[in-house]
Design a protein around this ligand. Structure first.
Ligand code: SAH
Length: 377
């Protein structure tokens, strides 16, 4: 299946001219998809009918085959979802777009979207409203294979990578839904973005392109559990975005109890990669640290974490861990979170506390999807 929404502008231009069309048509299509965020060829008013037909022919055949197989099966067997609750599956003979299956709005204005992909898989995206603008938290994979013990997204392992179009369309559908522009993007939804590296790079390139959505690079954060070879590659790419590393523990021993990836990479290696990122890009990294009661919130942990931050000039982003059904991790209480923050600040570390938005709507990553797939009731 030809997925023209995953094409960069040069790739799209090459394809469109190969069809015997003038190259300006590629730019028009690109603007419809990525600037105006339309969900269908039907909405592209200045594209000739004949070209739309050609595009449909080129995408329909292959999509039809793959679509029938996987959609029918996965909707009924894997997900145990009553299919009658679903909105229709996205039109497979058209440009890739996601269909909202469920949208929940929290008391604090956070909106959590459950989107259905063209093959029937489900992913989550979250819109958070801040004074400075609208932030969308984007998923990069269906499921995840990193296995972090406190995280809901990884409980069933990895189903598949998302395509660039599927990552982009989370932002586009939300833009259309709220009729407002998204100013900030964090790749902190389901999945490990560095485990879907090429897609991540294409996604960032298209998202920030002046002919497309033109999102400011400075307003994008990519979060990783710490795949160090990829961090180095990403540093060399120098895309101008912020890198967050999910540290969650200041010693290898403790980190291994929370994150299996810690068996593969040591904190010393992460520190080296973080330094490399800073040297190459001039951008300070952020350490994410989910506070788990009586586990990683001691004075000693704060002291060791501060020492690690000083080595790399990192900021810390604290969040009390979001309890996930079946995981058994309890969050540090509010006063404990404040005390931990103070201890870091006293040692000269820059700290923010991530606001826990959307708690009343299954705030933790992957929880809304699990409710739908029948694993959380
Ligand atoms: N795989 C990437 C990005 C997705 S998760 C990563 O590991 O960074 C985004 C952030 O949410 C990560 O810091 C992750 O560790 C954290 N997270 C996952 N489950 C959480 C939970 N239950 N409570 C608090 N933070 C959680």
């Amino acid at each position: 299946m030809r997925d023209i929404k995953s094409y960069t502008l040069p790739e799209l231009t090459e394809y469109i001219t190969s069809l015997g069309e003038p190259s300006f048509r590629a730019k028009q299509l690109y603007q419809w998809m990525h600037e105006k965020c339309v969900a269908s060829l039907d909405d592209m008013s200045n594209i000739p009918k004949a070209l739309k037909e050609k595009l449909r022919e080129d995408t329909a055949g292959a999509a039809g085959e793959a679509g029938e197989d996987s959609y029918g099966e996965s909707a009924e067997s894997d997900h145990q979802v009553d299919i009658t609750q679903h909105r229709p599956c996205p039109e497979l003979s058209d440009i890739t777009h996601l269909a909202p299956v469920d949208i929940r709005e929290s008391r604090d204005g956070t909106r959590k979207y459950l989107f259905e992909l063209p093959d029937g898989e489900l992913i989550e995206s979250v819109l958070m409203r801040y004074k400075y603008g609208n932030t969308v938290c984007v998923s990069s994979q269906v499921g995840c294979r990193m296995g972090c013990r406190f995280c809901a997204s990884t409980m069933d392992g990895l189903t598949r990578n998302l395509t660039p179009a599927e990552m982009l369309d989370q932002i586009y559908r939300i833009t259309i839904d709220i009729n407002e522009r998204i100013s900030h993007v964090v790749v902190m939804g389901m999945g490990e973005p560095m485990d879907n590296y090429d897609t991540l790079i294409t996604f960032l390139g298209i998202l920030t392109s002046p002919e497309g959505y033109n999102l400011s690079r400075r307003n994008i954060t990519v979060s990783t559990c710490g795949l160090i070879e990829r961090i180095r590659e990403f540093a060399d790419e120098d895309m101008g975005v912020t890198l967050a590393i999910s540290l969650h523990a200041p010693t290898d021993e403790l980190r291994r109890t929370m994150m299996p990836i810690a068996n593969r990479y040591s904190i010393a290696e992460i520190t080296e990669a973080a330094k490399y990122f800073f040297d190459r890009t001039g951008r300070r990294i952020t350490y994410e640290y989910a506070l788990v009661r009586d586990t990683n919130d001691s004075d000693e942990c704060a002291r060791k974490l501060a020492a690690l931050c000083r080595q790399t000039g990192a900021h810390v982003n604290l969040i009390p861990v979001n309890p996930v059904t079946g995981r058994g991790y309890a969050p540090t209480a509010d006063d404990g979170v404040r005390a931990f923050k103070n201890k870091l600040e006293k040692q000269g570390i820059n700290v923010t506390i991530r606001r826990e938005l959307g708690q009343d709507i299954d705030g933790a990553c992957g929880q809304l999807r699990k409710r739908y797939t029948g694993d959380l009731r």
